[in-house]
Design a protein around this ligand. Structure first.
Ligand code: NAG
Ligand code: NAG
Length: 205
């Protein structure tokens, strides 16, 4: 569920304990069909700075957060993810990807295009543990203007997805379209979650 009240409830329920990556698991990796022609305009993608990340499945948010923090999941509270992560991304044409958040943290990843699919790339952190947030990501939907949806398989064998956007919040219509899309791919409605930027210091919502 993606309602704000449910997010608040979840925060209350687990604010005192660390993140449970196991409980965020959605389902084992499945194949993403390859599009007949490229769907993502790369020049546009590399021009978006920063890329906001307002909608995803829970496992993607948890893994991206834990990897940026470089902590044990059990030492990260759910409320800190929802209120302090303020996660944004930067993607460069040379393959470098930065994730940024938690008041000034940054983590660097390197991505490589997948040969037979222009909408897919592999990515992994340039240093440290590679098994938390890495893998192959596929762009599955975009308007080449305001958002793109990427789905992929985490090293834990679990399927993840997330949405990159030009603005911290998504218009309701776009959100609805994206949710219909990820459900059509096989993702579950109950595992959809949202990252809000209202409490982020340097971001105007
Ligand atoms: C986005 O850009 C790609 C690559 O140029 C193009 O093939 C695709 O049709 C575009 N999609 C939309 C919705 O504009
Ligand atoms: C790619 O470009 C970015 C931005 O200029 C830079 O920070 C990064 O170090 C570059 N990466 C590589 C692998 O050269």
């Amino acid at each position: 569920m993606y309602s704000a009240s449910l997010v608040a409830l979840l925060c209350l329920a687990s604010a005192i304990q660390g993140l449970d990556l196991r409980s965020s698991e959605e389902q084992p990796c499945f194949d993403i069909p390859k599009p007949k022609s490229p769907i993502l305009e790369m020049d546009w993608l590399f021009s978006v700075k920063p890329i906001y990340y307002p909608l995803m499945n829970t496992i993607d948010l948890y893994h991206a957060s834990v990897d940026l923090l470089q902590k044990n999941a059990r030492d990260v509270s759910t409320s800190s993810v929802y209120y302090d992560a303020c996660l944004t991304w930067e993607m460069f044409s040379n393959g470098t990807i930065f994730s940024k958040g938690f008041n000034g943290l940054q983590r660097e990843y390197i991505s490589k295009a997948v040969e037979d699919n222009p909408d897919a790339f592999t990515m992994e952190p340039v240093d440290g543990e590679k098994d938390v947030y890495s893998g192959t990501a596929y762009t599955t939907l975009t308007d080449n203007k305001t958002f793109f949806v990427q789905a992929g398989c985490l090293p834990s064998g679990q399927m993840a997805w997330g949405v990159g956007t030009t603005t911290p919040t998504l218009p309701e219509e776009t959100k609805k379209k994206i949710i219909e899309h990820v459900i059509s791919l096989g993702f579950k409605k109950d595992d959809i979650t949202e990252l809000k930027y209202d409490t982020c210091k340097d971001i105007k919502v």
